[in-house]
Design a protein. Structure first.
Length: 552
């Protein structure tokens, strides 16, 4: 297929563009293979490049009394752009082109496969986070674990990476048996080792016990092996008890206490899939209603349930962190497949417990390890966003990763000085998951990315972010390294709407940005003054010493 076949009107002059926050301009429209480009006809500095993959839905509004109409592009980053076009043919051509180009399914047709970096790469992000490096850090504190390559060529579990960290006493034959017992072959693997408490966090898919209470002695051996002598553990189930019980009728289920006597099961239900997308759609609809009264706005914010979802995930992560850090107990987390809420809880637990995950490099490693390599299906989950009409949605489309980022923002908002990165960093990562020139979030798992050779054919997001001139824009000027565990509050009064993300196309953020930039300038000046004071102090000491020598 040639892109030219999908573009009937590649260039249009004299269109009118209406931006968010009531900005508009007369412009020229160009449609390329991967971008929609809008250029002001009076101000050359005003130009918009919009990836077709960032468009969520295309709405057509034909003019009633004249030819042409308005093309409304509703984007996955919650932005809305209106193009007022004269002429029926041009109007229909633009609508059709945007419909086709924004719904390409083959990742080899998307922009990352055509993008070429025109800058020097400081590092290759595709190789920046190897499991061997993670394992070497683990060996400094425990030698009870090993790297297993039982999944080489993805033979045991298609959604796992080829190398995983497992208990040393468990051989590969046991892992193969356990994989046949766990949903989608996702056997328990190490997610995090809490160094100070010597406790571990495992994640997996649900056990396939079914209605006959099927057993797997190899699975029981692995689960119990991670417990120390006289220790007990917790199994955090992210489904309600009813849903977990219902799963048994479909072959799934949960670990029977009689076969896992040292483990206590706790249900911390977390919504997922279409429920989350419906909630996000209602939230964005409320945010875009700029004429709503205060009472109506607050009512709609409450009824959409978005902050309730955030609270549920944060509460679960806090519980896991408490079990590991304060009760000195190891934890296994799973729901059904172990690719959504399980990853939310495990990754947030590490943000709470591990100060490394609150640095730029550590947070990148966390996303790589707990989301990309752990098999979160980004291509499926992020296919559509808040604006897609309900009839066009599928159960598999859901803003799971956005919920995680929102939870991180809530923790960041309560502990701003404990994070090396700023809010812009989180927003930028969110944007890249839905539309990007980088190949990092393409595909549904490591196998997909390897099969399509993304590491050779696309540029990694981390290669771009970690360039010093780019990274400086994502650094938090108030950062003070904090090696302690941080305990976020999940009280309703402590959680707030992430206005920098959900309201940035509705409410001007200039005041906040100016204040933040001014704060950054003050912090830079403070560092300069401290450095100058240190130099003067040393100079004074030298002068004092010289005077003392002369007096002698």
């Amino acid at each position: 297929m040639e892109f030219a076949e999908l573009i009937k009107s590649p260039k249009l002059d004299a269109i009118r563009v209406v931006y968010p926050i009531d900005n508009s301009m007369e412009a020229t429209l160009c449609i390329t293979s991967h971008h929609l480009i809008v250029s002001s006809r009076t101000d050359s500095s005003q130009e918009l490049w919009l990836l077709h993959s960032m468009i969520d839905i295309v709405e057509r509004k034909p003019n009633v009394n004249s030819t042409g109409g308005t093309v409304v592009l509703k984007c996955k980053d919650f932005r809305t752009i209106e193009l007022e076009i004269n002429g029926w043919m041009e109007f229909n051509n633009v609508c059709n082109s945007m419909d086709w180009l924004s719904n390409l399914d083959d990742p080899r047709l998307l922009y990352p496969h055509f993008y070429r970096a025109i800058y020097d790469l400081v590092e290759n992000g595709w190789n920046a986070f190897q499991i061997e490096t993670e394992f070497s850090n683990l060996l400094m504190f425990s030698d009870d674990w090993r790297i297993s390559y039982v999944n080489k060529d993805f033979a045991v579990c298609p959604s796992y990476p080829e190398a995983v960290i497992v208990p040393k006493p468990i051989d590969d034959d046991c892992l193969i048996a356990i994989a046949s017992f766990r949903c989608l072959g996702r056997f328990p693997v190490l997610s995090y080792f809490h160094k100070s408490a010597k406790t571990v966090l495992l994640r997996s898919g649900q056990p396939m016990v079914g209605t006959n209470s099927k057993r797997c002695k190899e699975d029981e051996k692995l689960i119990n092996t991670v417990l120390g002598s006289g220790k007990r553990g917790y199994i955090i189930e992210t489904r309600t008890q009813n849903l977990a019980q219902l799963a048994r009728t479909k072959g799934g289920g949960f670990e029977p206490e009689v076969h896992y006597p040292l483990w206590r099961r706790v249900h911390k239900p977390i919504d997922r899939h279409s429920t989350l997308l419906d909630s996000l759609s209602k939230l964005i609809e409320a945010c875009n209603d700029t004429k709503a009264s205060m009472d109506k706005w607050l009512s709609r914010l409450e009824s959409c349930g978005w902050l309730t979802h955030i609270k549920d995930v944060l509460s679960s992560a806090c519980l896991v962190a408490q079990c590991m850090d304060q009760e000195l107990a190891s934890v296994l987390v799973h729901g059904s497949e172990g690719m959504d809420s399980t990853l939310q809880v495990c990754s947030l637990t590490q943000v709470i417990l591990n100060p490394d995950c609150r640095t730029v490099h550590g947070f990148e490693a966390l996303i790589e390890r707990e989301w990309l390599q752990a098999g979160h299906p980004f291509a499926t989950r992020c296919k559509h966003s808040a604006y897609t009409i309900p009839s066009a949605r599928t159960r598999e489309q859901s803003p799971i990763f956005l919920v995680f980022l929102d939870c991180v923002y809530q923790i960041f908002n309560q502990f701003k000085c404990s994070f090396e990165f700023n809010e812009k960093f989180l927003i930028y990562i969110f944007e890249q998951t839905y539309g990007s020139q980088f190949g990092t979030f393409l595909g549904n798992c490591v196998k997909d990315r390897k099969d399509m050779n993304f590491a050779k054919k696309t540029v990694s997001l981390w290669s771009y972010i970690n360039r010093p001139e780019i990274l400086q824009d994502f650094i938090n000027p108030s950062y003070e390294p904090n090696s302690k565990v941080i305990w976020p509050s999940v009280a309703p009064q402590s959680l707030e709407l992430w206005s920098g993300l959900y309201l940035r196309w509705v409410v001007q953020q200039n005041t906040y940005e100016k204040a933040w930039n001014r704060f950054a300038e003050i912090k830079v000046k403070e560092k300069e003054l401290k450095l100058k004071a240190t130099r003067l102090r040393r100079k004074l000491i030298d002068l004092t010493a010289n005077i003392a020598i002369k007096d002698v």
